[in-house]
Design a protein around this ligand. Structure first.
Ligand code: HH2
Length: 294
């Protein structure tokens, strides 16, 4: 507990609000990004939202529960997953996006590594590009810049198929932060006005690397950009808590999310929006020492 509290002074003035293609998102409080996986094989909810009506219901529910952003993805990037081709990914995400009104409700982000998917989704009104490929592909930067969309650069070492095969770092926090700094700089140089960074928990990292990163979040905050963190239901939560089924890793996920928020994360990416809203309200009250709103 003492260690958690020692993080609190690290919370800095929030980064500037992001213009999400005409809708403003400020970071005066932690924001919640709800996950919608329109995939048959995602690690924790594969197949659940593959059907269009279920996907739309999930969007409505997460919006109601308080998701600031809904992150729509059509390719599983879980360790060992096989890639899906461009048209297959489009067939999954576009029916959902086309039925949502971008002028109201939660903001919409497209979780993809493919420039053509990014472009089609942004054309259909997605507000934010979420690239687990870390904006390493110049075409991804160009798509975000062209659309005037904020872009998330997430750190991944290697490819989903092989990334968990013995990842080695000398200093994971320093190396991941340096990589994100470089990628964010390249994206800004390409004209992306708001680059958000994400250390990529579980993407080419051991369980201990994930913990080092969560305990090292101040180094990422120091980069001065909105910081996104996704721990929800991930394997390290299962390993630590002993909960095998990903969708049952609620308690461990919420503690890790509250920890990340207390350490200063600006956006928490999560499968369980309602529980995250409650956990983060509790964390915020503990941080300010008052039960009422700020
Ligand atoms: N994690 C996943 C996918 N996309 N994007 C960001 N920015 N940060 C993350 O931590 C992140 C992400 C993996 O989780 P999920 O989408 O539930 O699984 P799958 O890749 O199997 O669909």
């Amino acid at each position: 507990m003492r260690e958690i509290l020692s993080f609190l002074p690290a919370r800095r003035t929030p980064p500037p609000a992001a213009d999400c293609r005409g809708r403003l998102l400020d970071f005066t409080r932690v924001r919640i990004m709800g996950v919608l996986n329109v995939t048959p094989d995602s690690f924790s909810d594969g197949g659940k939202f593959f059907d269009l009506s279920h996907a739309l219901e999930a969007v409505a529910r997460m919006t109601e529960e308080g998701a600031d952003i809904i992150d729509i993805g059509g390719e599983s990037t879980r360790p060992g997953s096989a890639p899906v081709d461009e048209s297959g990914e489009l067939r999954r995400v576009m029916p959902v996006l086309e039925r949502l009104d971008p002028s109201k409700g939660s903001l919409l982000s497209i979780d993809t590594r493919k420039p053509a998917v990014a472009r089609t989704a942004l054309d259909a009104g997605a507000h934010i590009l979420n690239d687990v490929g870390g904006l390493a592909d110049p075409h991804m930067r160009e798509e975000a810049a062209w659309a005037g969309a904020p872009a998330v650069a997430m750190h991944m070492r290697g490819e989903p198929r092989t990334m968990q095969e013995n990842p080695i770092y000398e200093d994971v926090v320093r190396e991941v932060a340096a990589c994100l700094e470089e990628r964010a700089g390249a994206a800004e140089a390409a004209g992306v006005r708001s680059v958000w960074i994400d250390p990529g928990i579980g993407f080419g990292k051991t369980f201990d690397h994930n913990l080092d990163i969560l305990r090292g979040l101040p180094a990422f905050l120091a980069l001065g950009r909105p910081l996104v963190v996704g721990v929800s239901r991930k394997a390290f939560v299962g390993a630590i808590t002993g909960v095998k089924r990903a969708e049952e890793r609620l308690a461990g996920s919420k503690v890790a999310e509250a920890f990340a928020a207390l350490a200063g994360a600006d956006v928490i990416r999560t499968h369980d929006v309602k529980a995250a809203v409650e956990a983060l309200k509790m964390a915020a009250a503990l941080a300010r020492g008052r039960a009422g709103d700020e």
